[in-house]
Design a protein around this ligand. Sequence first.
Ligand code: PLP
Length: 432
Amino acid sequence: MTYEAFKDDSLGFTTRQLHAGYDPTEHDRSKAVPIYQTAAFELGDYDRCVRLFDYSEEGHSYVRFSNPTNTVLERRISSLEGGVAAVSFASGMAAISGTFFNICQQGDEIVAVKTLYGGSTSLLESVLPDYGITCNWVENEDDPASFEAAFTDRTRAVYVECLGNPGMNIVDIEAISKIAHAHGVPLVVDNTFATPYLFRPFDFGADIVCYSATKYLAGHGTIIAGLVVERGGFDWLNGNFPQYEQFYRDFEGSIGVEALKREMFSKRLRMRSLTDFGGHMSPMNAFFLLQGMETLSLRMDRHVANAQAVAEFLDAHPKVERVNYPGLPSNRYHELAKRYFPKGPGAILSLDVAGGQEAALKLLANLRVFDYMVNVGDAKSLAVHPASSTHFSQTKEERAAAGVYDNTVRLSIGIEDTADLVEDLRQALETI
Ligand SMILES: *Cc1c(COP(=O)(O)O)cnc(C)c1O
């Protein structure tokens, strides 16, 4: 028997989520991926130490920037995503901020949409400007021309999410990637809500994918974790990124031109972001994440089937004014959903309840299976009132632009029995 599944990227998604990137012969033939619970590694001798520190040899020295458990995880997500390399972070926000700092310098600008995760919006709006990095918001996310209009000669990245929060709007990623590339800048996609099982942004021209792996990838609501994946092929030496020209000069001799050109973004992310800012994922969390990802495709199929059933039930209910779920044929993003999300557009949806805020809060108070929580992507079903929580700090106008009204409830649909979720919503809607 010759076990080779770990290095065969032609295998199916579900096979790779179990095997990709882990060669047991490199780890005393342990079948489970071992947790390397150590802060540092023996350097061996002087020559090896020099090779590790000038990066001419791949290996581990200090766990602020690499660990063998994390390496397996990084190879696995690269395989599932169709990328060349990945870097693991302690949280989704660490992954996203690390990405921006790895692309932008003082004076640079980012083009971004308004319907982002709240932490990403405030990073762009309130934190990065202190470091001279500013954001130009896209006026109309549904119109690629509006992205073009937001560009200046200082734009260095375009940032979008695969599914907007909480209105589940879908931007035309392929059209936007063409605009970004015409300006010589990368398209960065936060793919948290879809995971590589439902959507592979690289297939449509994205250059970098970020994850809050806290959500569906880990899948069970037990850890905080983030990932950044690189597609490879973006030309970081096109004149827009002087920091990469310096990096290239510094490391072409030791890392080698081929490896450097293949995964320059990830190499720099590890060396500059993880090494100098910190924020690496702990090996224990890498293990939990690997374990969660073993069932990713099975869970996502179930999440999506449940979400579709719940959306159809709510859509037909007289006490529901509106349901935002692109899987419904009446949804304005349904055509984009069919093109980009053929297996289903995720499992998060929002609804506007008839009867205003009072009715929305009553619905929440009377749910028995759904739990009242701000996060998403758990195996268990969750519900929240965005106007008083995730979108609390925004003005009424800003909320309306994101599709958040006083009577809006957001649901993150879990993998429970479909009938129990529908029945729970039915009885709670009855009370309003
Ligand atoms: C949760 C979330 C984040 C932030 O991730 P953390 O792991 O909580 O730091 C970023 N983007 C999206 C879309 C999220 O849902």
